[in-house]
Design a protein around this ligand. Structure first.
Ligand code: UDX
Length: 416
């Protein structure tokens, strides 16, 4: 099939490369010509992702800033980024622009084409926002063109693996013909397919991420209790995880969840619920607990040293290992809190330093050794290389359970 992908961000680029690998003709559209140039040259890629460089070298993808290149596509995927403010209000400017530009293409399109939204949207937005914009083309959804909502569940760092080995393929469809096209497109991927309405698909995505977030905040709360009682939270989680109804995944206690999806999707769901007049108390607490959890390392450190005038080293800035992404990383909150207390902050991360100092320019990039030489060290990302450092003689607050750090002179886990 001819596949067009709008938005060369994380989801768009991985989906494009993987659809090309599956044998489809792919064109990747983005407004950022510089980003497209790095993708076309396969050099200095805009994201760090395991296997992406190799995959791009193997397949062929066209790149363009011109929506005209999408004419006569079988499927146009909308993968532009959406962000949400603290209250869950979505900034849908990119989505609106993309839908308007696709409407221009639909006017010229000769054959039947399905527009599939992959961007995360609030409940009901494909129907209430995207379809009316596309219908400005004078074409009718469900008759002249198809529309689907096709949520992605890729985990950063392992996105290609997850695309090729999905847990499930959820197809939100406006009408049966649209859904049939998407089902055919995914048929070589061996995974259960579930077809649903557009709204249900949107909610499956939001609810899945809200559930993962809940699991993490739940174990963090148990951890906060266990720490007071002198019980090892990780042992408790291991025991709980043996029950297959609970499962052992996403029970790693620590400083909470960051990244581009979990915090944002939770805020979008909370705001969507409130718009209906329902107060989602549980989800609100999941989010509050996560925000407070991020500040635990600073609270704990204050018991051991005076922060004013001290040098504090941070090991790990990425929101999780395997990525250079710092979006909603807990490290931003920790660094800002330390700076506000008058500490000097040295930071080390194998990939994310350049991104971090754009957001938090007051910190000082340093080597691992220099960070370890600080008055105290806080570990915020569980990079493998931190499991081999020499922590003897140091004061360490551990936000991610690095066993080796226990050899420190003073060691505290955030919730164990
Ligand atoms: C997430 C979802 O997992 C994925 O399905 C969705 O499509 C996009 O959002 P991602 O943002 O890549 O993926 O990160 P994920 O691996 O889910 O981790 C999110 C955050 O939770 C990280 O900050 C991680 O450190 C934290 N986490 C995860 C924990 O604190 N404890 C855990 O047990 C698991």
């Amino acid at each position: 099939m001819k596949i067009s992908i709008i938005g060369a961000g994380y989801v768009g680029l991985i989906s494009g490369a993987c659809f090309a690998k599956l044998g489809h003709d792919v064109v990747l559209i983005d407004i950022d010509a510089d980003k497209l140039a790095t993708i076309a040259k396969k050099e200095d890629l805009p994201i760090h992702e395991e296997g992406l460089q190799e995959l791009l070298e193997e397949v062929h993808i066209d790149t363009s800033t011109d929506y005209g290149k999408t004419v006569d596509s079988d499927v146009i995927f909308v993968c532009v980024g959406t962000t949400a403010d603290e209250n869950g209000n979505i900034f849908s400017e990119h989505l609106i622009n993309a839908a308007n530009d696709i409407a221009g293409v639909l006017k010229k399109q000769q054959k039947y084409c399905v527009v599939a939204v992959k961007s995360t949207v609030g409940p009901g937005m494909t129907e209430s926002l995207v379809i009316p914009l596309l219908e400005k083309s004078g074409r009718k959804a469900g008759k002249d063109f198809g529309i689907c909502m096709s949520p992605e569940f890729l985990q950063e760092g392992r996105g290609i693996y997850h695309f090729m080995n999905p847990s499930r393929i959820i197809i939100g469809e406006y009408d049966g013909r649209s859904g049939d096209v998407l089902e055919r497109l995914h048929q070589s991927l061996k995974a259960p397919v579930m077809r649903a309405s557009l709204r249900t698909a949107e909610m499956i995505k939001l609810a899945s991420n809200a559930f993962l977030a809940t699991k993490i905040s739940f174990i963090n709360e148990i951890g906060n209790i266990c720490k007071k009682l002198g019980i090892d939270t990780y042992e408790v989680a291991r025991g709980m995880g043996l029950d297959e109804r609970i499962g052992n995944k996403f029970l790693n206690a620590g400083i909470g969840f960051g990244g581009s999806c979990l915090p944002k999707d939770l805020r979008i769901l909370i705001s969507g619920a409130r718009e209906t007049g329902y107060q989602p108390e549980l989800l609100r607490e999941v989010s509050n607990l996560n925000e407070n959890q991020a500040l635990k390392p600073v609270e704990l450190l204050k018991k051991h040293i005076k922060l004013q005038g001290a040098t504090v080293g941070i090991l790990g800035l990425a929101f999780k290992p395997g990525t250079d992404d710092i979006r909603d990383s807990r490290a931003i909150k920790v660094a800002e809190a330390l700076l506000a207390e008058g500490a000097m902050v040295k930071v080390y991360d194998p990939l994310a330093v350049a991104n971090f100092i754009k957001t938090c320019p007051q910190v000082l990039p340093a080597s691992k050794e220099e960070v370890l030489d600080s008055d105290a060290v806080i570990i915020l990302t569980e990079w493998e290389e931190f499991m081999e450092l020499d922590y003897r003689g140091k004061i360490v607050i551990d936000g991610r359970r690095i066993e080796k750090a226990r050899e420190a002179r003073i060691y505290e886990g955030v919730c164990w």
